[in-house]
Design a protein around this ligand. Structure first.
Ligand SMILES: [Zn+2]
Length: 97
């Protein structure tokens, strides 16, 4: 359990470093002396932008199970509130011989 927590933190740090590094690269080389169609810097900027856009999807995918769990929990609560199962114990029926 604790090992997976550290792994999640490490993955988050790596993702954050990737995003920050890509943003810094794009900002640093946004205004460069472009040599034309096959410019290596433009290709790198495009890859950095693609990395950022692909990493933006991951948090959305991570939130989706949380939303589904919340919906399931709300459904369960509603069912508990409105559907009551009458049992002899819940009705406090005293069984006499
Ligand atoms: Zn260029």
């Amino acid at each position: 359990m604790k090992k997976s927590k550290w792994l999640a933190i490490l993955v988050a740090i790596i993702m954050l470093a990737g995003i920050i590094g890509s943003l810094c690269f794009i900002i640093e080389y946004a205004h460069h002396d472009c040599c034309g169609e096959d410019c290596a810097i433009c290709m790198e900027i495009e890859q950095a932008a693609q990395l950022i856009s692909s990493l933006k999807i991951i948090p959305v995918l991570m939130v989706l199970p949380v939303i589904l769990c919340a919906i399931a929990q709300i459904k369960k609560s509603v069912e508990e509130c409105f559907i009551s199962y009458d049992t002899l114990i819940s009705l406090k029926v005293e069984l006499l011989d």
